[in-house]
Design a binder for this molecule. Structure first.
Ligand code: ADP
Ligand code: MG
Length: 288
């Protein structure tokens, strides 16, 4: 491979908002056979809106939101940002939380006014020893539920909805037309993952995944001979981004995602991935 051709290829892409970290990335990108997409913040905009606040009887809606905002304040997760923003918009006061911990793919815990508060998905709250009611109306497909507990008691649920990102269907179609299989790997519920997948034209969907699971699935595919590109935005994708032959981070995502990836798309613009792939294929055709 001639370094000059590779450098030229990288240069073209950099001018267009794609950053390659190292010349060998082009080589791998040109040979990609599978693209695995993260859902939240990658195929979706990552700007969810709260559509419902559902406290248990005896708890006010704004108190539930305030509890959630208190423990989510330090988190960069799109769900956390939406909760904090909605709390501020509704004029809620900032409540300090201590000892805040984030569990990737699960949620957050912290101590608010002396009581342990947890916010996250059903599995995460169950792991906290919290009984989330079974008969709870599941959110509509495409919606995500964030459950809340205080001192080990279930306090209610916030429902959030996120839209599909511009260009998501286009990038999926682009790869599929070139024989590159597209997968969706999500930490969100299977139904939510499936709904977004259907909207963008992806058939291979895996939901309810822990961050490490995403990495393992990619490892398995690569052991089977696939050359996998993983596109993701968040802290939760770091293991998958690092494992994939090509890790692609959407800028605007987290710093750790950008650090662990080989390819960064400016402004989270998925169309730039197509550009990067074209540049890689042309460059490697020249090189070979
Ligand atoms: P995706 O793979 O779709 O990008 P993530 O791995 O980021 O999803 O998160 C998976 C799930 O973990 C979310 O759908 C949510 O239920 C839960 N979760 C993660 N972080 C948080 C948080 N800060 N607050 C509440 N829930 C969270
Ligand atoms: Mg994500």
């Amino acid at each position: 491979a001639t370094p000059t051709a590779i450098l030229a290829g990288s240069g073209v892409a950099a001018a267009s908002g794609v950053i390659f970290k190292g010349g060998d990335v082009l080589e791998r990108l040109a040979r990609v056979t599978v693209v695995a997409f993260d859902k939240t913040g990658t195929l979706t905009r990552g700007e969810p809106r709260i559509t419902e606040v559902l406290p248990v009887p005896g708890i006010a809606g704004d108190r539930l939101l305030g509890l959630a905002a208190a423990v989510e304040a330090g988190s960069t997760h799109p769900l956390a940002r939406a909760i904090v923003a909605e709390h501020a918009r509704s004029g809620g006061k900032d409540t300090p939380a201590e000892d805040v911990r984030t569990v990737a793919g699960g949620g957050v815990t912290g101590v608010v006014a002396g009581m342990r508060v947890a916010a996250g998905n059903r599995r995460f709250l169950q792991g906290e020893g919290v009984q989330v009611p079974d008969d709870l109306q599941e959110p509509a497909p495409g919606e995500t539920a964030v459950h809340l507990s205080e001192a080990g008691c279930y306090r209610g649920t916030l429902v959030l909805q996120d839209g599909v990102r511009d260009g998501a269907s286009d990038i999926v179609r682009y790869f599929q037309e070139r024989g590159v299989a597209c997968h969706l790997l999500s930490g969100d519920r299977q139904e939510s993952a499936r709904t977004i997948a259907r909207q963008v034209g992806i058939e291979n969907v895996r939901g309810d995944l822990l961050p490490a699971d995403k990495g393992t699935l990619i490892e398995d595919m690569q052991r089977g001979g696939a050359v996998v590109l993983m596109a993701g935005d968040g802290i939760n994708d770091a293991p998958a981004l690092a494992t994939a032959a090509v890790g692609c981070a959407l800028a605007g995502g987290t710093d750790i995602a950008i650090e662990t990836s080989d390819l960064v798309l400016a402004k989270g613009d998925l169309a730039r991935l197509r550009l990067a792939h074209r540049v890689a294929r042309r460059t490697m055709a020249v090189v070979r």
